[in-house]
Design a protein around this ligand. Structure first.
Ligand SMILES: C[S@@+](CC[C@H](N)C(=O)[O-])C[C@H]1O[C@@H](n2cnc3c(N)ncnc32)[C@H](O)[C@@H]1O
Length: 254
């Protein structure tokens, strides 16, 4: 049997759940969503949340009346999202699928891919393949919003080791190494909870603003705008996030 890729390891998502998907981060997502919707000027329609996790964005979107399809490859995270939606009587469509496979032609007004849920594959053309599928899944005139940790920020803040004490007393030690000519980052997370120590390794491509823009254009997107946050300020060296807003061109009548 072939070895699992890091993002296929459910124990990874289970272990980092309290850090990535804390109630505080759920609340923050609700606030970010207001800004995202302002960025694209939408208040209704169909939305694909690609790599939705437990629904930090899918749930408030559904609460606001959007038709939401939430796609992720982790059964554990989808199960959590399903439960949260059921508790709130929300009708979200949860789909277990790999982002390299999911495609629903011309189905969505808006696609979201948030919190560095991109660049996970060793074969770089698979990233552009994901963008092409997103493009195909958008209605003409539809928009994509992506949010990543940009290479410019990483270069500014990079430290080989960082440690942090989480709310529940868990100690999280992160070790980082940049490789492949400053194009990818290898991370090791050491999670120390009482006497239990668990270590997870994962790596992904890190995109600069221009590198991401080039790939979006190669996938067919137009009107690609880079912002430094969900508030929409211009992307630059000091930006906290790399937020790309891109459009599938509307059909034009000749
Ligand atoms: C950093 S989390 C972000 C989750 C969510 N977007 C958020 O902001 O809370 C990355 C997500 O990508 C999902 N994922 C990882 N690899 C994937 C793949 N190949 N196909 C689909 N989902 C994937 C993970 O299961 C996880 O839910």
């Amino acid at each position: 049997m072939s070895q699992l890729e890091w993002f296929e390891d459910e124990s990874f998502w289970t272990a980092i759940y309290p850090y990535l998907f804390s109630e505080a981060r759920f609340e923050a997502a609700g606030e970010h969503l207001e800004n995202i919707l302002d960025l694209v000027g939408m208040d209704s329609g169909s939305v694909l949340d690609l790599c939705c996790g437990p629904g930090r964005f899918a749930i408030p979107l559904s609460q606001r009346g959007f038709r939401v399809t939430a796609v992720d490859r982790s059964p554990f995270l989808l199960g959590d999202g399903r439960q949260r939606a059921a508790q709130r009587n929300l009708d979200v469509e949860w789909v277990e699928s790999d982002m390299r496979e999911f495609e629903r032609p011309e189905a969505f007004d808006l696609v979201l891919n948030l919190n560095t849920s991109f660049g996970y594959f060793d074969a770089r053309d698979e990233d552009v393949g994901v963008l092409r599928r997103i493009f195909a899944s958008l209605k003409p005139g539809g928009r994509l919003v992506m949010d990543l940790m940009g290479k410019e920020k990483l270069a500014r803040i990079f430290q080989p080791t960082v440690s942090e004490k989480l709310e529940d007393g868990t100690l999280l030690i992160q070790r980082h190494e940049i490789f492949d000519e400053w194009s990818r980052i290898r991370n090791e997370w050491i999670i120390i909870k009482g006497a239990e120590v668990r270590t997870f390794k994962f790596h992904h491509t890190v995109y600069s603003g221009q590198e991401l823009k080039d790939r979006l254009l190669a996938a067919g997107f137009r009107d690609v705008n880079l912002c430094g946050s969900f508030e929409g300020e211009e992307y630059g060296r000091e930006s906290d996030r790399l937020v790309a807003v891109a459009a599938r061109p509307a059909l034009t009548v000749a």
